[in-house]
Design a protein around this ligand. Sequence first.
Ligand SMILES: *[C@@H]1O[C@H](CO)[C@@H](O)[C@H](O)[C@H]1NC(C)=O
Ligand SMILES: *[C@@H]1O[C@H](CO)[C@@H](O)[C@H](O)[C@H]1NC(C)=O
Ligand SMILES: *[C@@H]1O[C@H](CO)[C@@H](O)[C@H](O)[C@H]1NC(C)=O
Length: 358
Amino acid sequence: MQIRLHCIKFALIFTIFLLSIADAAAIINRPDGIDIHFSPQPKPIDNEIYSNLFTYAHLIDISYCITSIGGLSKPFRCELDCESRFPNMTLVYQWYFDDSVTGYIATTYSNIFNYNDTTEAKVPKKTIIVSLRGTRSIFDTYTDLKVDMVDYSNLRYKLPFCGKNCRVHQGFFEYFLHTLGNVHRILEKELEYENYELLITGHSMGGSVGLLLALHYLDLGYDKMTLVTMGQPLVGNKEFVHWVDNVMGSSFEPKHNTFNRKYFRVIHKNDIVTTIPHSNLLNVYHQFDNQIYLNCSSSTTVPFPGRVVDCGYGDNEYCIMKDFDGLGLIDFISRNYFQSHNTYFRRLGLCGTGLNKH
Ligand SMILES: *[C@@H]1O[C@H](CO)[C@@H](O)[C@H](O)[C@H]1NC(C)=O
Ligand SMILES: *[C@@H]1O[C@H](CO)[C@@H](O)[C@H](O)[C@H]1NC(C)=O
Ligand SMILES: *[C@@H]1O[C@H](CO)[C@@H](O)[C@H](O)[C@H]1NC(C)=O
C-alpha cells in the first residue's frame, strides 16, 4: 500500500518534471558558442574502469547499512560481504543523520582495484574512502526538493575562482557544510600521509554532497582524488557546472590511477533524478558534461561493457538528455524510475531494510 501511494505520487511529480524538462531542453546553449547539434558518439569506457565501477558501487551500497539503529562494525563488517570483499579495510568513522546525508570513512592499504601499481613508492598506498548515501525515501524528498540556489564561492587556495556568478543548490550546500563540519578533523588526519588516494563516492543526494566535498579538498590541494557518483542530481548553474567540468578534468578519458579525470558521474538510462532539480526563472540548473552513461534497461544490474559509455557532453543527444525528450505521460508512468535510480551495478539501498539476501 505504502509503495502504491508512492507510485501515484511519482506520477504526479514527474508530470511536473516533464513540463519543466521539455522547457529546459529547448534552450540548451553552450556559452562558448559551440554548435548545439554537435553530439559525438559516446565511447565505451575501458575494461579497468568498467570493473572498478562494481567496486565503487559496492562501497556506495555499504553506506546504506548505516541506519538510526545499526551500522558497520570494526574492523570492517557489514551485511554486504564487507569483510570478505575488503579484508584489509578499517572503518574509521560512521555517522547517521536523519536530516542530512549519512556515510562512513574507511581506509585500506590493500589494492582494492586489482591494478598493477607500477609507481615506486616508498610507502604503500593508502586509500581513504568517504562514502555517502542518499535518503531512502528519495521520492518523498524530491517532492519537497526546493530549487533555490545560493552563491558559491570556492576557497581559491589551489583552484581558480569559480566566478562571481556561480550558484549551487541551497539544500545540498547546507548538507555539505554539515558533512564537512562532521568529517573535517578526521579526514585531515587521515590525509597526513604522502602516498594517499582520496576516494569520495555517493549515491543520489550523497553524490551531490560528495561533489561539493571533493571540490573543497581539491581546493585545499589534495589532488590525488577520485570522485564517483551514481544517480546524482544536478547541483548548480551553468557557471558552476563548467567550472566543475574544468577543474575535475571531465574532458579527459576515464583512466584509473592517473587523476587526470577526477570525476565519474555515472548515470543509468532513464534515471530522472540525474536531471533534477528542474529550473525556474531565477534558478537554472545545468547538466554536467561528465556522464558515464549506462545504456541499458532499468532492470539490468550488470550492463555489458560496451553499454557503459562516456558521453562527453551534457547535451549529448545519445545520453540522458534524450531520455526525457518528447515523452508522453503514459511513457513516463510506465517507465520504472525507481528501479533505474537504484540499479547501478547492483541493487543499491537494500542493506539495513531486511530485504537484502545476504
Ligand atoms: C591483507 O593484509 C595482509 C597483511 O598485510 C596481506 O598479507 C594480504 O595480502 C592482504 N590482503 C589483501 C586482499 O590485500
Ligand atoms: C598485472 O601483472 C600481472 C603479471 O605481470 C598480470 O598477470 C596481470 O594480468 C596484470 N593485471 C592487470 C590488472 O593488468
Ligand atoms: C544505446 O544503445 C542503442 C542500441 O540499443 C544504440 O542505438 C544507442 O546509440 C546507444 N546509445 C549510447 C549512448 O551508446
